[in-house]
Design a protein around this ligand. Structure first.
Ligand SMILES: [Zn+2]
Length: 251
């Protein structure tokens, strides 16, 4: 027996029980200041920062198909389309607007005059964050045997900022001011709204698909006046929530 629900269908559809708190992990190492979070999925970091007038992209890891494609491409042509191969990575020519960075799970934005020889030797023993096969989280990353190789390479390349996308996203900025700029950008400040809209859309779709009560039997739960939904013996909310996981919803 579940008890009487205090949350109503309107509460559910209007999200009055839902809340969001942006809780990134923050840290620093020498000149670099980082953020790690699983809540940055909606954020396009290039929109949150004033990029230098001219810069280079070091593409470290592409997502699945793009990654294979790009690496294959680099094997065949060492220098094409403004990209130069440096070890297994791709270095763009100096550009003033970012290319489609979604194709890269991991990349760095470098100063325009970055030296290829310096980058090449910096990446010799570099192990990228996205090459780790654990599923994110700062604590795991900190204890990884590869963390020193990562930081050593990153510090030698000295990027403007670095982005690594695993189950969690890791963003590392050169200087605290850049991280502050990112954190105070309107996209990051409003990230909760994106999650809210996504969750609300999901609830509306789910309610439309299975929510409406068809009866004619009443909900199985005692003292509930609602009718059962299709393919269940309870009303929608009694079917969805149980008192063990959501004690606040019941009296
Ligand atoms: Zn019910």
């Amino acid at each position: 027996m579940q008890g009487i629900l205090v949350i109503t269908i309107d509460d559910y559809l209007n999200m009055s029980d839902w809340s969001f708190e942006f809780t990134p992990f923050l840290g620093s190492r020498r000149d670099f200041f980082w953020i790690e979070s699983s809540q940055l999925g909606f954020i396009d970091e290039t929109e949150c920062l004033a990029l230098p007038k001219s810069f280079r992209i070091l593409a470290i890891c592409g997502n699945r198909e793009a990654f294979a494609e790009v690496r294959t491409g680099w094997d065949e042509v060492e220098n094409e389309g403004g990209w130069t191969r440096v070890r297994d990575y791709g270095l763009s020519s100096a550009i003033s607007a970012p290319p489609d960075l979604c194709q890269f799970d991991s990349y760095m934005v470098l100063d325009e005059h970055s030296n290829i020889g310096t980058i090449d030797s910096a990446l010799k023993e570099f192990v990228d964050y996205t090459d780790e096969d654990y599923l994110g989280q700062t604590a795991c990353w900190d204890s990884s045997p590869n963390v020193e190789s990562f930081w050593k390479g990153l510090e030698a390349v000295n990027p403007y900022y670095y982005v690594g996308t695993n189950a969690w996203d890791l963003l590392i900025f050169r200087g605290q001011h850049l991280r502050d700029e990112f954190l105070s950008s309107s996209d990051v400040m409003n990230v909760g709204q994106c999650y809210r809209e996504e969750e609300q859309n999901y609830r509306r779709r789910r309610w439309q698909a299975v929510g409406p009560e068809c009866g004619p039997e009443k909900c199985f739960e005692p003292n509930c006046e609602r009718l059962r939904i299709r393919l269940a013996i309870r009303c929608y909310l009694h079917q969805l929530y149980n008192a063990k996981e959501h004690p606040d919803f019941f009296v």
